[in-house]
Design a protein around this ligand. Structure first.
Ligand code: ATP
Length: 241
């Protein structure tokens, strides 16, 4: 693992007024890795994702994408560079069809109609449910289907780094399993992923490595195997002692 990291975050701080949401975070994600950031409510996970994708500003520290400092780069330029986010709460365009949502995921690409059609077919292959529902308004689909759409829409950007923010949020256990098997299949396709999750067990079962975030600080990091057998992680995040 001596390649340049796809993502490198160095001593990152973020604030909302007086609230210090991130208090000096450092992490790396290497090509082809799935890395998870686990942590409870309010730990700062979504803030971290937003600072990486450019939706929230960094207070200090830096974000590097393939060695390039993007800390102050506007979000839309980061998408064009190859960073796509499937946001917390999915945020699909409710009044647009599944197909149109997918098209919007590729808005920044200078792709031909034929290339876009090809990529949409590729998403339909990976997410057959979306093919069945391609003409349905996204807002009328189930939470799990919307989550699949949010991931597929992000993939339409052909990202080199996929940011997945709590894909399990608000979904029934069976659907959560389905979503994680999709994440597993993305990993098999060598897609580099940063996965933020409260469901530590599921996240560590798919990730290569992980970090544990508590009140804006990384308190632990290691291979998924090491984290799963760590007493503190087991007690606080895996529901066992
Ligand atoms: P959750 O899983 O509940 O989404 P999280 O780990 O993603 O939690 P963040 O949403 O990043 O946590 O929040 C980190 C801290 O920043 C929390 O204390 C939260 O209250 C605060 N915070 C988040 N967004 C804002 C905002 N827009 N204005 C003020 N404070 C905020």
């Amino acid at each position: 693992m001596h390649d340049t990291p796809v993502l490198q975050v160095k001593d990152l701080q973020a604030r909302y007024g007086a609230v210090e949401a991130l208090k000096g975070i450092s992490l790396e994600v290497y090509p082809g890795e799935v890395v998870t950031m686990i942590g409870g409510n309010g730990a700062g996970k979504s803030t971290l994702m937003k600072v990486i994708s450019g939706l929230e500003p960094a207070h200090s520290g830096s974000v590097l994408f393939k060695g390039q400092d993007i800390t102050r780069m506007p979000g839309h330029l980061r998408v064009a560079l190859g960073i796509a986010q499937s946001p917390e709460g999915r945020q699909v365009f409710a009044d647009q069809s599944v197909r149109d949502n997918l098209m919007l995921g590729a808005y920044h690409r200078k792709a031909t109609r034929a290339e876009l059609e090809h990529d949409i077919e590729a998403q339909f292959l990976a997410f057959p449910r979306l093919k069945e529902r391609q003409h349905q308004m996204a807002g009328t689909m189930s939470g799990g289907e919307q989550q699949m759409l949010a991931i597929a829409r992000a993939l339409m950007a052909r990202p080199q780094l996929l940011l997945l923010d709590e894909p399990s949020l608000g979904l029934a256990p069976l659907i959560v399993k389905e979503i994680f098997s999709i994440v597993r299949s993305l990993k098999q396709r060598d897609i580099t992923i940063l996965l933020v999750e409260q469901m530590a067990n599921q996240a560590l079962s798919v990730a290569d490595r992980g970090y544990v975030l508590e009140t804006g600080k990384i308190i632990l990091e290691g291979s998924s195997t090491a984290l799963r057998s760590d007493d503190k992680v087991r007690a606080a995040y895996l529901g066992s002692h």
